[in-house]
Design a protein around this ligand. Structure first.
Ligand SMILES: NC(=O)c1ccc[n+]([C@@H]2O[C@H](COP(=O)([O-])OP(=O)(O)OC[C@H]3O[C@@H](n4cnc5c(N)ncnc54)[C@H](O)[C@@H]3O)[C@@H](O)[C@H]2O)c1
Ligand SMILES: O=P(O)(O)OC[C@@H](O)[C@@H](O)[C@H](O)[C@H](O)CO
Length: 395
């Protein structure tokens, strides 16, 4: 019998990235989700296809050897699976980590295997696994906390592959880009050694990888999404065809590059090559990645350690330029009342009900004494003024 992986989140990146590479590494994958539609499709379909699409054409892999459990209706089954698994991964979204933690805590408490469970959260966020670890500790009896640290090892990761929302009628099949990067820190595995997953790039210090990824790929991507939506574009590729938006995205990435080069000692040429690759990747017309997916959850994206405030605050602290990022933040603030995006409704409410300073604190978590605080307050004020005139931001 091969090793067993429990993966939370049978969505785009779950099926199109994590499960693909766990499968290739020889793992049986047990998908855990709360959506009946995904669970029954996974339970009733013995394989699905992951197709890489690029200008070179298409290349398809078939994924098999998986099962699926609905954690909403079969929690004890999930606990039993975790008790005998080798690895737990998740790609559920940063805001969902607190909801999956209780069942993971119960699963770890039920373990008797001598080898610790490897836990790797695969979310777009800094310290995703640390955050999940914190929630798991909150859900573990204080008498069991020492045992928890012996039974499981928690490693942060940086994960990069564009997996758009899939068109209707695709079933479980996923169309994705060819490029991928999955960096995971080695330290938490100590003398046990890390799991054997060839797709993973094991690194001692994850910070340069996660910051470079989040502050380049995701900052640029979100900038294209917010400017694109404002200009009435449907996809990121369409947005980047617009010379003005293309220029703004490049300017934003130039600013974040200054930080990446200065803070992480990456050479300017290496960072430039990285940026050029990202521009080509996000311009991929074969992906049909919608601006609403990339802009989703604007409050999360405006968070203190996230893709805009994260780099802009660090640039401001160093006295470096961040004006283009400020423009992207202004566009993010205009991502209000977007269909099926709860945070975009909350954003509209926060901007309507609060003073510019209070809204800035609520949305960004910036300290009032921070050098970035006043420039953001001005941007918030500007967007609030537009909404007052018309009842809506200028979209
Ligand atoms: N799509 C991408 O291009 C991409 C790339 C890198 C990283 N990510 C990150 O991966 C994560 C997931 O993104 P996605 O695009 O796959 O989103 P998605 O919405 O396609 O998938 C999320 C899945 O999690 C499931 N889920 C929600 N609550 C759950 C719960 N309590 N228990 C179990 N499952 C639950 C949902 O039903 C859904 O199937 C996010 O953090 C995202 O930032 C996405
Ligand atoms: O997943 P989010 O909402 O954090 O960000 C949206 C996209 O930028 C993101 O999913 C990218 O496609 C991905 O991070 C590429 O690796």
């Amino acid at each position: 019998m091969g090793p067993k992986a429990i993966h939370f989140g049978g969505g785009n990146i779950g099926r199109g990235f994590v499960a693909e590479f766990l499968h290739t590494a020889g793992y049986e994958v047990v998908f855990i989700d709360v959506m009946d539609k995904i669970i029954s499709a996974l339970q009733n379909t013995p394989s699905y296809e992951v197709t890489e699409v690029s200008e070179k054409g298409e290349s398809t892999k078939t994924i098999t050897n998986y099962r699926a459990i609905n954690s909403k209706t079969h929690e004890q089954d999930v606990v039993n699976e975790i008790a005998t698994a080798d690895i737990v991964t998740c790609a559920v979204g940063p805001n969902v980590l607190k909801f999956i933690a209780p069942v993971i805590a119960k699963g770890i408490a039920a373990r008797s295997a001598p080898k610790p469970l490897a836990v790797i959260a695969c979310e777009n966020m800094i310290g995703g696994t640390d955050t999940l670890h914190g929630y798991i500790k909150d859900n573990t009896d204080s008498s069991q906390l020492e045992a928890l640290e012996q039974r499981a090892q928690f490693a942060n990761s940086a994960i990069d592959r564009i997996v758009p929302c899939q068109p209707e009628g695709m079933g479980l099949n996923v169309r994705i880009e060819e490029f991928y990067e999955w960096a995971v820190e080695t330290k938490p595995f100590g003398s046990t050694g890390h799991p054997d997953i060839p797709a993973i790039h094991w690194v001692e210090d994850l910070e340069p990888y996660i910051e470079r990824k989040l502050f380049t790929v995701n900052t640029g991507h979100a900038t294209a999404a917010y400017y694109g939506r404002y200009a009435g574009k449907e996809t990121i590729a369409e947005a980047l065809k617009d010379p003005y938006i293309h220029g703004v995205v490049c300017d934003v990435m130039k600013e974040t590059a200054t930080l990446i080069v200065e803070k992480h000692g990456i050479s300017p040429q290496e960072q430039k090559n990285y940026v050029d690759t990202i521009i080509a990747r996000i311009s991929n017309p074969y992906l049909e990645d919608k601006v609403d997916r990339v802009g989703r959850a604007p409050i999360r994206k405006l968070g203190r350690k996230e893709r805009f405030i994260g780099p802009a605050s660090q640039l401001a602290e160093r006295g470096l330029k961040y004006e283009s990022i400020l423009g992207a933040i202004e566009m993010a603030l205009r991502f209000q009342n977007v269909a099926d995006d709860e945070e975009s409704q909350t954003l509209a409410r926060i901007l309507k009900e609060n003073s510019p300073g209070d809204a800035t604190v609520q949305l960004t978590g910036l300290e009032r004494s921070h050098p970035l605080f006043s420039p953001i307050v001005k941007v918030v004020e500007q967007v609030q003024a537009e909404s007052k005139e018309t009842g809506q931001p200028r979209i």
